[in-house]
Ligand binder design. Structure first.
Ligand code: 13P
Length: 251
């Protein structure tokens, strides 16, 4: 039984006052939700204040990125242990914006994921093809490359701290969601691949989230697909009402 996960990636939005307001508005709207794991990923500077406000809430807090070293002369980086220190239980790794704009490679993603898990975080590892890759028929080759690299050397017990997020790059921030059947096809492929690379048992318990223009009006269709276990939400996680209605998709 895979518990659904709805995660909000706030990206480069919300300073302290706005972040705290959003959390204050969101928490009461989802207080009664017990069957969905809720995660928010604010920017680094507000992690501590947001976490403090959520002390009696089941909403978890995630970093949007981390480095693979725990400490040292790495100006501008943040370590997994620092995220835990700020109250995080999760971290997003390998988001397509990190890959495209900040040169993150499959190898970096693997190192970050290993380090995050070692420190005790759950890694939400992002994968997904660009429009060009989809149109040239390379979707599954790209997913295979990203997944084999990201999960390389992950043991069975480490996999308990992994969530995958399939985010087709062409659907991010564009208003173009993948059709339910398109998303399901990719998710089924990912699960079968994990079964082959690791074990069927790991694949069966792995949560695979969909991300890319998820909104209150398309979440139910996506969640009705057999291999979609949740969503990684960008824009629609920035207002309490829309994020709460995504979280409450089944209600
Ligand atoms: P949007 O929901 O704004 O398309 O962003 C998706 C995303 O990148 C989540 O990580």
């Amino acid at each position: 039984m895979r518990i659904p996960v709805i995660a909000g990636n706030w990206k480069l939005f919300k300073k302290t006052a706005q972040a705290l307001q959003l959390v204050q508005d969101l928490a009461p709207l989802v207080k009664d939700v017990e069957d969905v794991e809720i995660i928010i990923a604010p920017s680094f500077t507000v992690l501590g204040p947001v976490r403090s406000l959520l002390f009696d809430s089941s909403i978890s807090v995630a970093g949007q990125n981390c480095y693979w070293e725990e400490e040292g002369a790495f100006t501008g980086e943040i370590s997994p242990g620092m995220l835990i220190d700020a109250g995080c239980s999760h971290v997003i790794i390998g988001h397509s914006e990190r890959r495209q704009l900040f040169g993150e490679t499959d190898e970096n993603v693997n190192k970050k994921s290993k380090a995050a898990i070692r420190a005790g975080l759950t890694a939400i590892i992002c994968i997904g093809e660009t429009l060009q890759e989809r149109e040239s028929g390379e979707t599954f080759t790209v997913l295979q490359r990203q997944i084999s690299a990201a999960l390389s050397n992950h043991s069975t017990s480490e996999m308990e701290q992994v969530i995958l997020a399939y985010e087709p790059v062409w659907a991010i921030g564009t208003g173009k969601t993948a059709r339910d059947d398109q998303a399901q096809e990719a998710h089924a492929f990912i699960r079968q691949l994990v079964a082959k690379l690791l074990t069927p048992t790991i694949a069966d318990s792995l949560r695979i989230l969909y991300g890319g223009s998820v909104k209150p009006d398309n979440i139910a269709g996506l969640m009705s697909q057999a291999d979609i276990d949740g969503a990684l939400v960008g824009g629609a996680s920035l207002t309490a009402e829309s994020f709460a209605s995504i979280i409450r998709y089944g209600k």
